[in-house]
Design a protein around this ligand. Structure first.
Ligand SMILES: *Cc1c(COP(=O)(O)O)cnc(C)c1O
Length: 720
């Protein structure tokens, strides 16, 4: 581990393995590994925001020497190291057991513009990235041959600060790669690997970082090299920033540079997955390779289609990237296009939809043209995607449009809280983790002791409230100037009060303000003396989304307003760490997107795994997930025009008449027995159907394994 030594100072020989553990993100979803780092220095662990590299860089050497002599710590260490060794060998595992006939030397290459793996590697903005992170972790769990490809954003997305008046400000702190598990990818002579891409007439040097996620290596491209023109150095510095030109170049680097780094490393993927259209240039680059080496365009297309999977993620038309055809041609440059020979012109129109503006190059259209396996992320989203893109196949009936659906899922070991897992250990047996694919494992959750489920949840709720207060104390000391900010941050929340969680991107279709559409009615709920309600809200607006920022501001005002008696909280800087605390610690998860604009949604799945039922419109995964016993559904509105008003009315009615009374229907020990039934049912359904394990098994069964095995491919390409 030569590379990790440069990040982490010398450790006592007895504990040397901590360095290897700290640079493999598998520690983050292994309970004993997390506990081991916490034991090294509890305060430092917290102050480092659970970053083991920072922890090991700052812990006092005397402390480590003492731990090296502590027999109890050393035996804990030995258990974790034995697990890590097993974790790193690729033999065995679900994939091997189910597909013994598929060779493991040709991995699946998974491309995405963002990866949400852990709060300490902040190169994600939200749902798409977290899903990609959960996908990688699960690929490792299943021992699937797998590599990930993305971009390294030194300034990440953005850190959210809220002014006393509720205006979102975007601060960027630079990530120090030394504090992350990222290490430079070495080139042939041991110096960092670099390749050159010509885009917009300039040679851009591209370097790469790598990071290990369990058994899976991930590669991240970076243009911040001294060799580059100043303007090019910042190309990859921020996620989803800048205008179309910047986006185009980022996506060009991701797709084209990504294929080249894999080639340079001698990795030969057997299947290629573009997670969202941002990554679709990866397919064009492979088409260029084939045509450039003499394959006909038609045969090259079939080969790229045979081996490519494309997952589309949004039913919102504006959510699909589009560029000018002329810009794409300029970005690619003559030398690149020359490789297509007589088909050069055709190559730059692969993103043009025959029925849309023909000067527009759409990444989704490119991806659908070049991937023979296309899917949406929930059953409903599959239908919506067939409607949106079906005309690429001309006038075919929608059910014959070859776009499928794989419903999203979340990574259990990442999202289920420790105390909840301990409860399952105790009741289902320590080996429940080996029986995740058996529905009976999850059915057994219904037999859990009501008191224990409730007290486990209550402990998690108190953890959330403690965190809010600690954060408020820190920000009051370092940043804030007005006492109202301390109130707005949730310091007055009461653990014995029914608490609703709502955390999302402030995109207008997500309607974070639906609950605030009738202030008096909401106030009556919140300030009810017998059965009060609390709200905990978090989320970011895109830095260029002024209406989103205004929406956030209006909610922040309610959090400050004495009229709500400190029962409405707005938490700054929603990230994976805060997401954990929220989905594990509130009583009810609220999700109210305007139907059918939410492709899937995943935060409700995370909540459900922790026994937090969801109240949602029937959109995305909830159409499949809601069974009448694991939460509540807002019925479908009668017309689109009145949807907001109807949905708000249903929302208030459900809370007033059913949900709040049910939660407060508590026995002599203050246990809401009937509510706990819903909690158990939430865990049961989420565990059976909405884990990333089930999702990845679907991807393997339907797409990856048939591709890797070379099954006959019946092509059904769209026009053009
Ligand atoms: C899970 C998650 C999301 C996505 O939540 P949705 O319900 O899909 O909108 C966004 N941000 C963070 C930090 C998350 O953990």
């Amino acid at each position: 581990m030569l590379l990790s030594r440069t990040k982490i100072p010398a450790l006592p020989p007895r504990l040397e393995g901590l360095a290897a553990l700290a640079v493999n993100l598998a520690w983050s979803w292994h309970r004993q590994a997390r506990a081991l780092f916490r034991r090294v220095d509890e305060m430092l662990w917290r102050d480092s925001h659970h970053n083991p590299i920072v922890l090991l860089r700052h812990v006092a050497p005397e402390r480590l020497e003492a731990l090296a002599k502590d027999a109890d710590f050393c035996s804990h260490y030995d258990v974790v190291m034995a697990w890590l060794e097993l974790e790193q060998v690729s033999g065995g595992g679900w994939f091997r057991d189910h597909y013994p006939d598929v060779a493991v030397d040709r991995p699946v290459a998974y491309f995405c513009a963002e990866f949400g793996l852990h709060a300490s590697v902040p190169i994600y903005s939200g749902g798409l990235g977290v899903l990609a992170g959960d996908h990688c972790k699960t690929a490792s769990d299943l021992a699937l041959p797998f590599v990930g490809v993305g971009l390294f954003y030194k300034k990440g997305y953005f850190d959210q600060r809220i002014t006393p008046l509720g205006w979102q400000e975007d601060s960027d702190e630079e990530v120090n790669p030394d504090n992350t598990p990222l290490v430079p990818v070495p080139g042939a002579d041991g110096t960092p690997w670099v390749t050159v891409l010509n885009t917009f007439g300039r040679a851009v040097h591209i370097g790469a970082w790598t990071m290990t996620v369990g058994r899976a290596p991930l590669y991240f491209l970076d243009t911040d090299l001294e060799l580059n023109h100043e303007d090019d150095r910042t190309l990859t510095s921020k996620l989803y920033s800048g205008g179309a030109g910047m986006r185009l170049r980022q996506e060009w680097i991701l797709g084209t540079g990504g294929v080249r780094v894999l080639r340079a490393l001698g990795i030969h993927p057997g299947a290629w997955h573009a997670n969202e259209g941002h990554a679709a240039f990866m397919m064009l680059e492979r088409l260029r390779e084939l045509v450039g080496s003499g394959t006909t365009m038609a045969a090259a297309k079939t080969e790229v289609r045979r081996t490519s999977v494309f997952t589309t993620h949004t039913p919102v038309p504006a959510g699909h990237d589009a560029f000018d055809v002329s810009q794409v041609a300029e970005c690619a440059g003559m030398r690149y296009l020359e490789d297509f020979g007589a088909d050069a012109e055709h190559a730059v129109t692969l993103g043009v939809h025959p029925r849309h503006d023909t000067r527009e190059f759409q990444m989704t259209v490119l991806a659908i043209r070049l991937a023979g396996h296309v899917n949406g992320v929930a059953q409903r989203h599959g239908i919506v995607s067939r409607e949106l893109w079906g005309d690429l196949w001309s006038d075919r009936p929608l059910e014959q449009v070859p776009i499928g659906a794989v419903t999203n899922g979340v990574h259990l070991a990442t999202w289920m809280a420790n105390p909840m897992m301990r409860l399952l250990d105790y009741h289902l047996g320590d080996d429940w983790g080996d029986r995740l694919d058996e529905p009976e494992t999850w059915d057994a959750v219904l037999g859990l002791d009501v008191r224990e489920v409730w007290f486990t949840h209550y402990e998690l709720k108190r953890t959330l409230l403690r965190h809010l207060r600690e954060e408020a104390r820190r920000r009051w000391r370092d940043e804030w100037s007005e006492a109202a900010q301390v109130v707005a941050a949730g310091t007055l929340l009461d653990p014995t009060v029914f608490t609703i969680g709502l955390a999302r991107r402030f995109a207008t279709y997500k309607r974070a303000n639906l609950l605030f559409s009738d202030i008096e009615r909401l106030r009556a709920l919140v300030t009810n003396t017998m059965r009060p309600v609390q709200l905990v809200i978090a989320g970011k607006a895109h830095p260029q989304d002024t209406p989103g920022k205004q929406l956030l501001q209006s909610l922040y005002h309610f959090a400050r307003d004495p009229m709500f008696e400190g029962r409405v909280a707005f938490l700054e800087d929603y990230d994976m760490h805060l997401a954990h605390l929220l989905v594990q610690g509130v009583d009810l998860w609220l999700n109210v997107p305007r139907v059918p604009l939410e492709a899937s949604g995943t935060s409700g799945m995370k909540a459900a795994l922790n026994g937090v039922p969801q109240l949602s419109t029937i959109d995305g995964w909830w159409e499949e997930g809601f069974n009448g016993k694991n939460g509540w559904a807002i019925p479908k509105a009668s017309t689109d025009a009145t949807a907001d008003a109807e949905d708000a009315e249903h929302l208030y009615q459900l809370l007033e008449r059913e949900i709040v009374p049910l939660w407060y229907d508590q026995d002599a020990n203050r246990i809401p027995r009937r509510w706990v039934q819903r909690m158990k049912e939430s865990i049961r359904i989420a565990g059976r159907q909405f884990t990333a394990r089930r999702m990845l098994q679907n991807y393997v069964d339907r797409y990856y394994a048939p591709i890797l095995r070379g099954d006959p491919f019946v092509d059904d390409p769209p026009l053009g």
